[in-house]
Design a protein around this ligand. Structure first.
Ligand SMILES: Nc1nc2c(ncn2[C@@H]2O[C@H](COP(=O)(O)OP(=O)(O)O)[C@@H](O)[C@H]2O)c(=O)[nH]1
Ligand SMILES: [Mg+2]
Length: 433
């Protein structure tokens, strides 16, 4: 190898080395870059995780805050229900009681109306139990004696006399009693009627009397009609249960998804508005009122109709005053309220429902008659059927005042009002235990 050759080869090697070194350097740099990028990514990943963790913590805190608020709300509601004995704002389904005679009877009444097992609710059982228990006093002076008197023997003209007395005593009224007794007498002339068959026939006759005004009205079950403003006026003398009934109706209505509004048009009783607000609050229904002294009831209704129109309300429930002493004024007032409704919403479906306290028996019936004469009534609501011996007055209302019974109340709780069902009523009134 010549010098030049070796020089050349050294040169080449140096160049190669340099090249390799450069490549290595470049690779190193590349690796470092990748490493840096990796670290960067990792850092980003960690930051992301950190952020996520923070977000989760935030949500957790928010959840805790919400839970705290919920607990606080529940506590307030509990407090509130303590303030108002017998009522709770969280209205749960009734508790299932014992499997006893009450349950069996209630279930049988439901089954007899074609209800399937999976359609029965505890609330329904609860209500029927209440109704049956409520009518116990009416029954005591009536069915129990009747059964004793009838025994298993066939009905005789004498047992019809006894039945007549018992019906009158249960406040069924003379006219209804005559009707039932005459039908039974006719039947007796045609065939032999045993005790049990007699009761069955009696139930059928009583149901016919109650059903007549309902059939005549063309409406079996009163419910608000969608797409129109339904206005239900609750009328009746003081203390019969108008405001309470209105509260229960607001609950039923809003629970059935009707947009509901209350008009506090009893402007004479200072506490009436407060009483209504408590009820409205329990079923999330707003109350339109005018707190100023001696506010005009018709003006409250005027405001309520405006609100109802704006809010697309289905059912406007109107509480009215019931001072008996100034009956003429009362009737004028009702007429004025109706006029306002007619003028502002001519296509509204107006119901004037007379509220009657069953425990007042024939006295209540007298009121009903005088109201029916002056006010244009379309239906009746019978209250306080719990614990009265005068439940029979419902029949007198149907027969003598010719009003369809639309709802019945049997207790002071929010659920203690139901649409009237003549079958259930007669079964409860004549339940044999
Ligand atoms: N036991 C019982 N009490 C009732 C019933 N309905 C209303 N009451 C009570 O009757 C009283 C008068 O009721 P309220 O609604 O103020 O009557 P209003 O003057 O007609 O508005 C109140 O103590 C109610 O709790 C019911 O169905 N059963
Ligand atoms: Mg009232």
């Amino acid at each position: 190898m010549t010098n030049t050759d070796s020089d050349n080869s050294r040169e080449w090697a140096a160049q190669a080395y340099a090249l390799l070194k450069k490549r290595q350097e470049e690779q190193k740099q590349e690796l470092q870059k990748q490493e840096e990028q990796k670290q960067e990514l990792q850092k980003q990943e960690e930051q992301k995780q950190e952020l996520q963790k923070q977000e989760e913590q935030k949500q957790e805190l928010q959840k805790q805050e919400e839970q705290k608020q919920e607990l606080q709300k529940q506590e307030e509601q509990k407090q509130e229900s303590i303030n108002i004995p017998g009522h709770s704002k969280i209205i749960a389904e009734a508790e299932l009681g014992e499997f006893d005679d009450n349950f069996t009877w209630s279930a049988m009444v439901l089954a007899a109306q074609g209800k399937k097992i999976n359609q029965i609710s505890i609330d329904e059982i609860d209500w029927l139990t209440k109704l049956r228990r409520g009518l116990e006093e009416t029954r005591k002076g009536f069915v129990t004696e009747l059964l004793d008197k009838l025994g298993d023997d066939p009905l005789t003209p004498e047992s019809l006399d006894d039945l007549e007395t018992l019906l009158i005593r249960a406040d069924v009224g003379i006219s209804s009693t005559d009707k039932v007794i005459n039908s039974l007498r006719t039947k007796l002339n045609e065939e032999v009627v045993g005790g049990e068959a007699g009761i069955k026939f009696l139930k059928k006759e009583l149901k016919l009397i109650i059903d007549k005004p309902i059939k005549n009205s063309g409406t079996d079950l009163l419910v608000p009609q969608k797409g129109k403003l339904n206005v239900w006026l609750l009328v009746g003398v003081n203390g019969v249960g108008k405001t309470t009934t209105l509260g229960k109706l607001a609950y039923l209505s809003s629970k059935s998804n009707y947009k509901t509004l209350i008009a506090a048009a009893d402007t004479f009783r200072a506490a009436a508005v407060e009483q209504l607000k408590v009820w409205g609050d329990r079923s999330n229904v707003d109350v339109i009122s005018n707190q100023s002294k001696n506010a005009d009831p018709a003006a409250v209704v005027f405001d309520a109709i405006n609100s109802a129109k704006k809010r697309n309300v289905d059912l406007l429930l109107v509480d009215t005053a019931g001072r008996l002493q100034t009956k003429n004024n009362l009737m004028d007032e009702l007429a004025k309220i109706k006029k306002i409704i007619d003028k502002k919403v001519p296509d509204a479906l107006v119901e004037s429902l007379l509220v009657l306290d069953a425990s007042q028996g024939q006295n209540g019936l007298k009121q009903a008659k005088s109201f029916a004469k002056s006010a244009d009534l379309s239906g009746a609501i019978i209250t306080k059927l719990d614990g009265t011996s005068r439940g029979g007055v419902s029949l007198a209302v149907s027969e003598e005042v010719n009003l369809p019974i639309r709802f019945i109340g049997a207790g002071e709780g929010i659920k203690d009002l139901r649409p009237f069902n003549s079958y259930e009523f007669v079964e409860a009134m004549l339940a044999d235990k």
